[in-house]
Ligand binder design. Structure first.
Ligand code: COA
Ligand code: MG
Length: 295
C-alpha cells in the first residue's frame, strides 16, 4: 500500500502558496482546481499547474504530485484533464464522486491522454473524494470501478452541505459517513484518507479528531495548513510503544505458540491468537513501508 499520511492542498491559482509548495515535505502534494479556485480563475490555475509540472515538479520535496479536478457535471473536467495530464502527474483526485460511471469515464479519458502524451498507460492514479450522500452510498462500487483507484478521501465540508447540517469540529453529524467511507475503502483495498479539519488554529481539536479517525481506519489526512503536517505524520506512523508491542506479540506467538503447537498464548495479560498476531505483523509492515518511502 502506498504511504499517504499527509495529502496537502494548495489552491492552484495562488502563486505565493504554489511557489512555497515545492519545499513542503508531505506524502502527496495536491494542487487544487476545484472549490478553492473561483470560476474566473480556473484557466489560470490550469496554466499554473502546467508550469509547475514543467519547472518545479522535479524539485518538489513531496513524494507524489496530484491535481484535484472538477466533477463531470461541471463540464470543466475535460478541460482540467487536457491541461494537466502530462509526465510528472502521479494522480488526480476526482471531486464529488457520485457513481462508478464517474470513475469509468475518468479512467477512459486518462488512458487516452496517457497514450497521446507518451506516458505509461495506467500511470496516473485515481483518488476519489466521497463527499455527498450519493457518493457515500456508492463509495465501494466507485472504488472498484477501475484498478487505478488507490485511495478514498472523506470530504466532510461538502458532505454536511449536502446533508443540510452544520459542520462541527466534534463531527457527530459525520460519524456514519466517516466510518462508512473507511470501511468502503478497506473493502476495495484502497487507502482511506480522513477529511480536512477546517478549524486549523485549534491544534488540540485537530489532534483529537485525527486520532479518532485513525481508530476508524484512516491512514492519512487531507491537510489545508502547514501546521497540520507534523501531527499527521506522528499519528499515522506507528508509535515506539506499538512497535514494541508488535515485536513482543511476534516473538511470543512464534516462539511460545506456533513452535509448541498452539495458536493462543498470553502476552502482557491478554490473549494473543492468530488475528492479533496478524495485526501486529501489519503494524511492522506499515512501519517498513513508511521507512522505505521516507528513505
Ligand atoms: N499551501 C501553502 N502555503 C500555505 C497554505 C497552503 N495550503 N496554507 C497556509 N500557507 C502559508 C501562508 O501563505 C503563510 O505563509 P507566510 O508566513 O509566508 O505568509 C503561512 O503558511 C501561515 O499561514 P496563515 O497565515 O496561518 O494562514 P492563511 O490565512 O495565509 O491561510 C487558509 C489560511 C485556510 C486560507 C490556507 O491555509 C489555505 O488556502 N489552505 C488551503 C485551502 C484549500 O486548498 N482548500 C481546498 C481543500 S479543502
Ligand atoms: Mg469539497
Amino acid at each position: 500500500m502506498a504511504v499517504m499520511r499527509s495529502v496537502f492542498y494548495v489552491p492552484s491559482n495562488n502563486e505565493k502558496m504554489v511557489t512555497k509548495a515545492t519545499s513542503i515535505e508531505v506524502d502527496i502534494l495536491t494542487l487544487d482546481l476545484e472549490d478553492s479556485v473561483p470560476p474566473a480563475e480556473k484557466v489560470r490555475g490550469r496554466e499554473m499547474i502546467k508550469k509547475y509540472l514543467d519547472s518545479a515538479r522535479a524539485k518538489q520535496k513531496a513524494k507524489y504530485f496530484y491535481v484535484r479536478i472538477n466533477n463531470w457535471e461541471t463540464e470543466m473536467t475535460n478541460d482540467d484533464l487536457e491541461a494537466v495530464v502530462y509526465p510528472g502527474l502521479d494522480g488526480v483526485c476526482l471531486a464529488k464522486c457520485g457513481s462508478k460511471e464517474n470513475v469509468t469515464r475518468l479512467a477512459w479519458k486518462l488512458e487516452e491522454l496517457e497514450q497521446r502524451r507518451g506516458m505509461k498507460v495506467g500511470s496516473v492514479a485515481i483518488q476519489l473524494l466521497i463527499e455527498t450522500a450519493k457518493g457515500v452510498i456508492n463509495a465501494h462500487e466507485a472504488a472498484t470501478a477501475s484498478p487505478r483507484v488507490g485511495s478514498l478521501i472523506f470530504g466532510a465540508v461538502d458532505y454536511t452541505k449536502d446533508m443540510r447540517v452544520t459542520l462541527t469540529s466534534e463531527g457527530q453529524e459525520q460519524l456514519y459517513a466517516r466510518f462508512y467511507t473507511a470501511v468502503a475503502a478497506r473493502a476495495a483495498g484502497c487507502v482511506a484518507i480522513d477529511c480536512p479539519y477546517v478549524a486549523f488554529q485549534d491544534m488540540e481539536g485537530y489532534k483529537k479528531s485525527t486520532e479518532e479517525g485513525h481508530q476508524m481506519g484512516y491512514e492519512g489526512r487531507m491537510l489545508i495548513h502547514p501546521s497540520q503536517i507534523e501531527p499527521a505524520h506522528e499519528i499515522y506512523t506507528p508509535s515506539a510503544e506499538s512497535i514494541e508491542w508488535a515485536e513482543g506479540v511476534k516473538k511470543v506467538f512464534e516462539e511460545e505458540g506456533i513452535a509448541k503447537g498452539t495458536a493462543a498464548v498470553t502476552y502482557l495479560g491478554k490473549m494473543v491468537d492468530t488475528p492479533v498476531y496478524e495485526n501486529a505483523m501489519q503494524i511492522l509492515r506499515t512501519m517498513e513501508e513508511i521507512q522505505a518511502a521516507d528513505a
